[in-house]
Design a protein around this ligand. Structure first.
Ligand code: SRM
Ligand code: SF4
Length: 569
C-alpha cells in the first residue's frame, strides 16, 4: 500500500505540461505553421502538439549527413498514423490509404504493431490534403499519438466470429469514449468553423490531458495476439460458451525503458479483477482518470501508468478504482492463453465466412521487383466485399469472404504469390521489427531493414538443426522504446548503436513473461555465435512441447523474470 508521501511525485511540471496548457486544447499555432511557406518544418512546440493529431515531424536520416554537408535543412517530412480501433478497415479505406501512399507518401504503407496504418514521407504542403482524403473515407488520426488514450487494440480471432464482433464493438466504444473532445483536429485539418473563444471542455482528460501516452488492448483467450500484459490497461474477455460475460482487468504494463537508467523498465500488467461486460467503458474511464490525477507530470521518463501503478501499489489502485466506480470489481475469472502471434492462411469462421491471414514482413507494404505485394493487396481490395483486419503483429487478414467469393480472392493471391508465411520458417512468421531507420528520429540501430537478413542467416542454422517449423518468437527494436514489444520475444534484440544490439532471452510464448538481458552490445557475428549452439542444444535436449523461451530458462542461459501477473488482494 502506498504511503501518502509517495502518492504524488514531487518536482516542477515538465515543459510539456505548459505546452499543453497554453495550447488552447491542442491548437497551438499549427494552422499558421502549416501555412508558413519558408520552411518544410514546423516549430518545436507545434511538433509536440501535432502528435495529438496523429502525426510526427521526421526527417530522412539516410540523407541527414549529406544534406548537412550541402548546408541544406534536413529532408523534413511527416508521418501520419491512422486511428483504427481493433484494426478494422473497409476495402474503400484500404484503397484510400494505398493511393495516398503513392500520391503524398513514400509509396509504401506500414502496418503497425498496434493494428493500424502509418504513412511516411508526407511533405508539409500535402498534410492537410492527406488528412482530408482520409476523412472522406471516414478515417481520422485523432489521438493516434500524444498524451491520450491511443488506438485500442482488439483480438482478430477469425474463428470465433460472433465473439470477435462483440468484443470489437466494445473496443470501438472504449476508443470513442476516450477520444479527446476538442474540435482542434476538425478546425485545423478539416476547416470546421472555429469554436468561439476556444471554449471547450475535456470532461475526462481536463486541459492538461494525461501525463503520458496511454494504451489499451483487449484479448480473447486462448489468443494473446494483442500482448495484453504489455498494455497500460488490458481487458481479457471472459466468456461461457458463446456468451461474453465480461472482462478481467489488467493494469500497468509497458515496454519502454532507457539504456542505463534503472528507474525505467518494461513491466507486465497485473490482473486486478473482473468487470461485467456493460461496465467496461466506465472502468476504462476511471482508470484513465487515476492516471490523469496520480501520474508523474514532472518526469516524462517515469510518467507511464506502469510507474504510477508501481509507485502507488496495485492494492491502492484497485481501492481507488472501486471508490471512483462506486462499486467493486469482482474477483478475476479463470482464463488461459495458448499463444500470441497470428495464425496464417485460410480459416473458416463459425458463421461460414472465410478469412485469410497474410504474412507481411515487419508490416511494410511495398512493391518490389519480384514481389508486388502492394499491388496484389490493392487488387483484392478492389473486389473484396468484406473487411480488412490489421493484426497486432503487423500482418493483415482479408476477412469475411463469402464462400462464393473465395475463389476470386484466391486467384489474386495465386497470381501475385502473396505470402501466407507457409514458405517461410516459423521463426520468420513469428518475427516483428519496429520501423527504426530511416524515418524514426529515435533509432539507434537498424530494425525493420535488418531483421530479415539476420533471419536469413538464422534460417540456415534452423534448417541444419531441424527447427524450421518450430515457432519461436523473435523481435527487434532499434532502440529501448520497444515499439515491437521486444521484451516479450523469446529472442529479443534492442538496438544500442549502429550494428550493435542487446540480446534478451526467455520470454513466455503466450506473452506472460518478460525476457532477460543475455548479452550486451553485440554485433551479427556474436549473435550468430551465441544462437547457433543454443539452437542445436534446444533441438537435442528440449522436453516434449517445450518452448524455446522456457528451455533457455530451464537450462540456465538466463534466469526467469518472475511472472506472477495475477494479483491477489
Ligand atoms: Fe512506438 C515512439 C513507432 C508501437 C513505445 N514509436 C515512437 C515513434 C513515434 C518515434 C518518436 O517518438 O519520434 C516511432 C515512429 C517511427 C516511424 O518512423 O514510424 C514509433 N511505435 C511505432 C510503431 C509504428 C512501430 C511499428 O513498427 O509498428 C508502432 C505504432 C503503433 C500504433 O499504431 O500506435 C509503435 N511503441 C509501440 C509499442 C508497442 C505497443 O504499443 O504495443 C511500444 C511499447 C509499448 C509501450 O508503449 O510501452 C512503443 N514508441 C514507444 C516509446 C516508449 C514509450 C515509453 O514508455 O517510454 C516511444 C518514445 C516515447 O514515447 O517517448 C515511441
Ligand atoms: Fe523508433 Fe525506437 Fe520505436 Fe524502433 S523502438 S520505432 S527505433 S522509437
Amino acid at each position: 500500500m502506498a504511503d501518502h508521501k509517495t502518492l504524488k511525485p514531487e518536482g516542477p511540471p515538465d515543459e510539456m505540461e505548459r505546452i499543453k496548457e497554453e495550447s488552447r486544447y491542442l491548437r497551438g499555432s499549427l494552422v499558421e505553421s502549416f501555412q508558413d511557406p519558408i520552411t518544410a518544418s514546423i516549430p518545436d512546440e507545434d511538433t509536440k502538439l501535432l502528435k495529438f493529431h496523429g502525426s510526427y515531424m521526421q526527417d530522412d536520416r539516410d540523407l541527414r549527413n549529406e544534406r548537412k554537408k550541402q548546408k541544406l535543412e534536413p529532408a523534413y517530412q511527416f508521418m501520419v498514423r491512422v486511428r483504427l480501433p481493433g484494426g478494422v478497415a473497409t476495402p474503400e479505406q484500404w484503397l484510400t490509404m494505398d493511393s495516398l501512399a503513392d500520391q503524398y507518401g513514400n509509396g509504401t504503407l506500414k502496418l503497425t504493431t498496434r493494428q493500424t496504418f502509418q504513412m511516411h514521407g508526407i511533405l508539409k504542403w500535402n498534410m492537410k490534403k492527406s488528412i482530408q482524403k482520409m476523412d472522406e473515407a471516414l478515417m481520422d488520426s485523432i489521438a493516434a499519438c500524444g498524451d491520450v488514450n491511443r488506438n485500442v487494440m482488439s483480438n482478430v480471432n477469425p474463428d470465433q466470429s460472433a465473439l470477435h464482433a462483440e468484443v470489437y464493438e466494445w473496443s470501438k466504444k472504449i476508443s470513442e469514449h476516450l477520444l479527446p473532445k476538442t474540435r482542434a483536429y476538425h478546425e485545423i485539418w478539416l476547416d470546421e468553423e472555429k469554436v468561439v473563444d476556444g471554449k471547450e471542455d475535456e470532461p475526462i482528460y481536463g486541459p492538461l490531458y494525461l501525463p503520458r501516452k496511454f494504451k489499451i488492448g483487449v484479448a480473447i483467450p486462448p489468443s494473446n495476439d494483442v500482448d495484453v500484459f504489455s498494455q497500460d490497461l488490458g481487458f481479457i474477455a471472459i466468456f461461457e460458451g458463446k456468451e461474453l460475460l465480461g472482462f478481467n482487468v489488467a493494469v500497468g504494463g509497458g515496454m519502454g525503458m532507457t539504456h542505463g537508467d534503472t528507474n525505467t523498465y518494461p513491466q507486465l500488467s497485473r490482473v486486478i479483477g473482473f468487470t461485467p461486460v456493460d461496465r467496461v467503458t466506465e472502468v476504462a474511464e476511471k482508470i484513465v482518470t487515476i492516471q490523469r490525477d496520480y501520474g508523474n507530470r514532472s518526469n516524462r521518463k517515469n510518467a507511464r501508468f506502469k510507474y504510477t501503478v508501481d509507485r502507488l501499489g496495485v492494492d491502492y489502485v484497485l481501492q481507488e478504482l472501486n471508490t471512483r466506480l462506486g462499486w467493486d470489481l469482482e474477483s478475476s475469472r479463470a482464463y488461459q492463453f495458448e499463444h500470441n502471434g497470428d495464425r496464417y492462411g485460410w480459416t473458416q469462421g463459425e458463421d461460414g465466412n472465410w478469412h485469410h491471414t497474410f504474412f507481411i514482413q515487419n508490416g511494410r507494404i511495398k512493391d518490389q521487383e519480384n514481389y508486388l505485394l502492394k499491388e496484389g493487396l490493392k487488387k483484392i481490395a478492389e473486389v473484396h466485399k468484406g473487411e480488412f483486419r490489421l493484426t497486432p503483429n503487423q500482418n493483415v487478414i482479408v476477412s469475411k469472404v463469402k464462400e462464393e467469393d473465395k475463389a476470386e480472392i484466391q486467384a489474386i493471391i495465386s497470381k501475385y504469390s502473396l505470402s501466407d508465411g507457409q514458405q517461410n520458417s516459423a521463426l520468420r512468421r513469428n518475427s516483428m521489427a519496429c520501423v527504426a531507420f530511416p524515418t524514426c528520429g529515435l533509432a539507434m540501430a537498424e530494425s525493420e531493414r535488418y531483421l530479415p537478413t539476420l533471419i536469413d542467416k538464422l534460417e540456415e542454422i534452423l534448417d541444419e538443426a531441424g527447427l524450421s517449423d518450430d515457432e519461436i518468437i523473435i523481435r527487434m527494436s532499434g532502440c529501448p522504446n520497444g515499439c515491437s514489444r521486444p521484451a516479450l520475444g523469446e529472442i529479443g534484440f534492442i538496438g544500442k548503436a549502429p550494428g550493435k544490439y542487446n540480446m534478451y532471452l526467455g520470454a513466455g510464448f503466450t506473452g506472460d513473461r518478460l525476457n532477460k538481458l543475455y548479452r550486451e552490445n553485440i554485433g551479427e557475428n556474436e549473435i550468430l555465435n551465441e544462437l547457433k549452439p543454443m539452437l542445436f542444444h534446444y533441438a537435442k535436449d528440449r522436453e516434449e512441447e517445450e518452448k524455446f523461451g522456457d528451455f533457455v530458462i530451464r537450462t540456465g542461459y538466463v534466469q526467469a523474470v518472475p511472472s506472477g501477473q495475477e494479483f491477489h488482494s
